[in-house]
Design a protein. Structure first.
Lengths: 403, 148
């Protein structure tokens, strides 16, 4: 079915993808974005001056250049008059940028769009930008509770242990799997295999999670060149990887999962919650838009901010039933060569998070896999891939790509 | 000089001792409860909007989940860099009648080893930190039956 119809909204072609390797390089985010953009343009065989529109995924860590990332990258690549947009949706910024680019193409406003995201991350915990802001939930959770991102990951992990019987050893196996895959990926920051013993020996950060259960924060950049299908054919790309869905949904009231950066959930006292959680609705919207279901997937790239969260995504994507994720992992189904490989890129476990670049990097991996060009980490017969991610403040992010 | 006791956030909690309560607001039209309080608008998309009146939250609930903070959180969390870091537990508590989950720090001395999911806890007054002039107050969750 991946070969045939155009889904609900019509496809756009992925003409090119590119990345700047993840790491701690100590340079400005703009430099990573330019490297990634040039790599994607080269991969696409497109001259930057022929790009109609550029969409930047913002970073809050670069001052004004970060808030106007689209213009920042356009200027760095050399002003050429393209339409510009900059979007911010925390960890989901990359998906918003892809969604914006796709909407421009499908509506006929642009034929070729460059999407770029890059970040230069500080050392240690992510923290809110400075100043006293008692109206800002992100500021409040640090001021009142000292609730860092890993403490939320710890809450989710403990909840899984209580509800489903997951164990810290199960969580460690996610890291073992992803580290082995990241070792095969030249763009990953961490390229060393990790053992379950090494995970267990690492320091507890937020009980029950240890340092090696939690993703780092990284520098990195990723870019994608999207085009209309007609343009792609004229350009000589007869069977390009196609984006068939971009889900950027918000939660439904009442949201009953304690999401970052909230101090409390919505109350379900007046309105009965929807059947699925917000995270499951992110994937559901992507499936519906693409006209596929989880059974059609060849592989998935999910946001493993922690090892336990990767397991949560298995269930939210419908790869298995509720509470069955650890079993799916232990059976090897989500390893390379398994029934539904997850995070063959190595995931955030191997990359660390470069916030505005990460959802774009997920689509880079989808593209390499669907082209059959992923080398040692290639998923056999990859035809349909999905990404999944959730940004702070209620941002869904899921992309379906096919070939 | 005695310090002034000031809530870390105004109007989120009230009372002393056994009368200590978290403060929410409730929509007069649809009965939705909001914590942290919404004073300007009801966030139920199916509600045309009513008056938002202050209501105390139930003092007791059950542990939805818990964790701790083994490393010193960054600013704006206030800590004394001269002192070694003492981890504290965080508890997410499900309130049955309001059908919501509220996060809070555990009372001093409570560690993750003392907690289980489903355990009953109660809200108690607590101190977040002190500076020369002010004792900044907050709420803590504490297993019921435990006294400070």
């Amino acid at each position: 079915m991946a070969d045939g119809g155009d889904g609900v909204t019509g496809d756009v072609a992925v003409l090119g993808v590119g990345m700047h390797p993840w790491g701690k390089w100590g340079r400005r985010f703009v430099e990573y974005g330019v490297v990634a953009a040039r790599a994607a343009l080269t991969d696409a065989g497109i001259d930057w001056r022929d790009v109609d529109s550029i969409v930047g995924a913002d970073t809050v860590r670069g001052g004004y250049p970060g808030y106007v990332a689209g213009a920042t990258f356009a200027k760095a690549l050399g002003w050429q008059g393209a339409r510009v947009a900059s979007v911010y949706a925390a960890c989901a910024s990359g998906a918003q940028a892809l969604g914006t680019a796709r909407a421009q193409i499908l509506s006929g406003l642009a034929e070729v769009v460059l999407v770029v995201g890059a970040d230069a991350a500080p050392k240690g915990f992510f923290r809110p930008v400075g100043g006293d802001r008692p109206d800002d939930p992100d500021w409040l959770r640090f001021r009142v509770l000292g609730a860092t991102n890993p403490t939320y990951f710890g809450l989710y992990a403990r909840r899984r242990m209580a509800l489903y019987g997951d164990t810290p050893e199960d969580f460690a196996q996610v890291k073992v799997k992803n580290a082995a895959l990241g070792a095969l990926n030249p763009n990953a920051r961490y390229r060393k295999r990790v053992t379950a013993e090494e995970v267990a020996a690492s320091a507890v950060v937020a009980d029950p999670l240890r340092l090696l259960d939690i993703c780092a924060t990284s520098d990195g950049g990723a870019a994608v060149v999207l085009a209309g299908m007609d343009f792609a054919r004229r350009h000589g790309a007869c069977e390009p990887v196609r984006i068939r869905a971009v889900s950027t949904v918000t939660p439904r009231y009442p949201n009953t999962v304690l999401d970052l950066p909230d101090i409390a959930t919505d109350s379900a006292v007046a309105v009965e919650p929807a059947a699925g959680t917000f995270r499951s609705s992110i994937a559901q919207a992507a499936y519906e838009e693409a006209g596929i279901g989880p059974e059609d997937l060849s592989f998935a790239e999910v946001y493993d901010l922690s090892t336990a969260l990767e397991l949560q995504w298995y269930e939210d994507l419908g790869l298995c039933g509720e509470g069955e994720a650890a079993k799916l992992l232990c059976e090897g189904a989500t390893a390379l060569g398994g029934r539904i490989p997850v995070n063959v890129s190595g995931g955030l476990a191997s990359f660390g998070e470069a916030v505005p670049a990460q959802a774009i990097a997920q689509v880079c991996e989808l593209t390499w896999q669907l082209r059959g060009g992923a080398g040692d980490r290639q998923v056999a017969e990859a035809r349909v891939g999905i990404t999944a991610n959730q940004g702070l403040f209620g941002h869904g992010s899921s992309v379906v790509a096919v070939r | 000089m005695s310090r002034t006791r000031t809530p870390v956030v105004a109007r989120w909690f009230t009372g002393e001792g056994n009368d200590f309560r978290l403060l929410a607001t409730r929509c007069s039209a649809c009965t939705s409860v909001f914590f942290p309080r919404e004073d300007a608008f009801c966030r139920n998309p199916g509600c045309t909007g009513g008056e938002l009146a202050e209501v105390p939250l139930s003092p007791r609930g059950r542990v939805w989940s818990y964790t701790d903070s083994r490393y010193r959180p960054p600013s704006p969390y206030v800590t004394d860099p001269e002192l070694s870091w003492k981890p504290y537990a965080l508890i997410a508590v499900e309130l049955e009648s309001e059908r919501l989950v509220v996060l809070g720090q555990a009372a001093p001395g409570i560690t993750v080893a003392d907690l289980t999911v489903g355990m009953e806890v109660e809200v108690v007054p607590g101190v977040l930190h002190e500076d020369t002039e002010t004792t900044w107050t907050t709420w803590h969750w504490r297993p019921t039956g435990v006294t400070a």
